[in-house]
Design a protein around this ligand. Structure first.
Ligand code: FA5
Length: 344
């Protein structure tokens, strides 16, 4: 009997060793083999149940063989588990391998809008000249946009600004000059400010006109400010924006809020002042309006014109950008076409 059981165990052992050493075992099969051989109701334990008729001596003998086989199987199973783990880890590594030589996907970066680029350059220049930034509303009233700037109702000068009205007295500002008035009403001289932002006019859209556009305005008020100061600062400004080689010209002009008034021209960068299609064969490009603050404006804001003088200037930012970057159509600024915007 003992010999028979031993033989059976030996057979089982051989079969088990072969199975547990086979190459293609996976985790699941290994688990079921563990249950089959070593489980509480497994085959090895089933031998122990058959020992009741045997002597204690024989029981011990069989028990010993069963235990040795259990130890052997346990070791084989653990070896196999480690082997399977290793193979799986290797497989995972292969699958997750990163090819560092594949070219990366380039994510798009944003570009500054050309109008912002110009505005920053303008701010940079005037901050360096000790000007500070002032702000005002885009929805204005008639008083700040016209009256206080010496443009009374029914005055022909109003025709210069085709106005978009919100109501009788309220309008979308046609220029940034009302910020001059707001600043002077709010503070005593000296004043040294620039302001910039959107303006609106009922102009027909073409390559140089838009119903919404941007202006920069400057105002300097102090004792003994002269036209010479205005010329000095604006000449330095034009050279900073367009280049040292460009010439600047002041032409007599008219604005109701400045006296005397001037248009400021820069020499044409394309023909170097010789005259070409871009400058209408004049050699010059008009870039801004300027002048000495009219005493009527000082009176409107409560400044004493016998004590203070000042100068003001205003320009279209789109126009500056168009001239600087050779852009031939103002509509390009508002269409958000990346092919255009990515050039700045
Ligand atoms: C004025 O608006 C004055 N306030 C400027 C000024 C300020 C003069 C201080 C003296 C002292 P003007 O109407 O010329 O001036 O407009 C100035 C600039 O705004 C123009 O040269 C032009 O570049 C721009 N501009 C005017 N209307 C439009 C428009 N519809 N579209 C695009 N740009 C415009």
């Amino acid at each position: 009997m003992v010999e028979k059981i031993k033989e059976e165990i030996e057979k089982l052992k051989e079969e088990g060793i072969e199975l547990l050493k086979s190459k293609n075992l996976d985790k699941e099969t290994l688990k079921s083999l563990r249950i089959k051989y070593l489980g509480r109701k497994g085959v090895l334990n089933s031998f122990l149940k058959r020992l009741s008729s045997l002597s204690p001596e024989e029981k011990r003998e069989i028990g010993k063989v069963v235990n040795q086989t259990k130890v052997l199987f346990t070791a084989l199973i653990e070896d196999k588990e480690r082997e399977i783990e290793k193979i799986e880890a290797q497989k995972r590594l292969e699958e997750e391998k990163i090819d560092v030589t594949i070219p990366g996907r380039i994510s798009r970066v944003g570009y500054k809008h050309p109008l912002n680029v110009i505005m920053e350059e303008i701010k940079d220049f005037f901050f360096g000249m000790n000007f500070s930034l002032a702000e005002g509303p885009e929805i204005e009233d008639d008083y700040h946009n016209f009256e206080a700037l010496n443009i009374p109702k029914d005055h022909p000068a109003r025709d210069m600004h085709d106005t978009l009205f919100v109501s009788d007295n309220v309008l979308l500002r046609t220029h940034t000059s009302p910020v001059q008035i707001r600043t002077m009403l709010a503070q005593k001289p000296p004043v040294r400010i620039i302001t910039m932002g959107r303006c609106y006019r009922r102009d027909a859209v073409d390559s140089t006109h838009s119903p919404m556009f941007h202006q920069v305005e400057g105002l300097l008020v102090d004792k003994n400010v002269s036209m010479g100061d205005l010329k000095g600062i604006l000449t330095a400004f034009v050279k900073r924006i367009f280049g040292e080689d460009r010439k600047v010209r002041f032409r007599p002009s008219f604005f109701p809020f400045t006296e005397p008034s001037a248009e400021v021209d820069v020499s044409c960068g394309i023909c170097k002042g010789k005259g070409c299609k871009a400058c209408g064969y004049t050699g010059w490009l008009e870039i801004m309006g300027a002048g000495m603050v009219d005493p009527e404006v000082f009176k409107a804001v409560g400044y004493d014109p016998s004590e203070y003088t000042g100068f003001a200037f205003g320009m279209g930012i789109e126009r500056i950008a168009m001239l600087k970057y050779n852009i031939d159509d103002i509509r390009l600024f508002y269409e958000n076409d990346l092919r255009f915007l990515s050039q700045f």
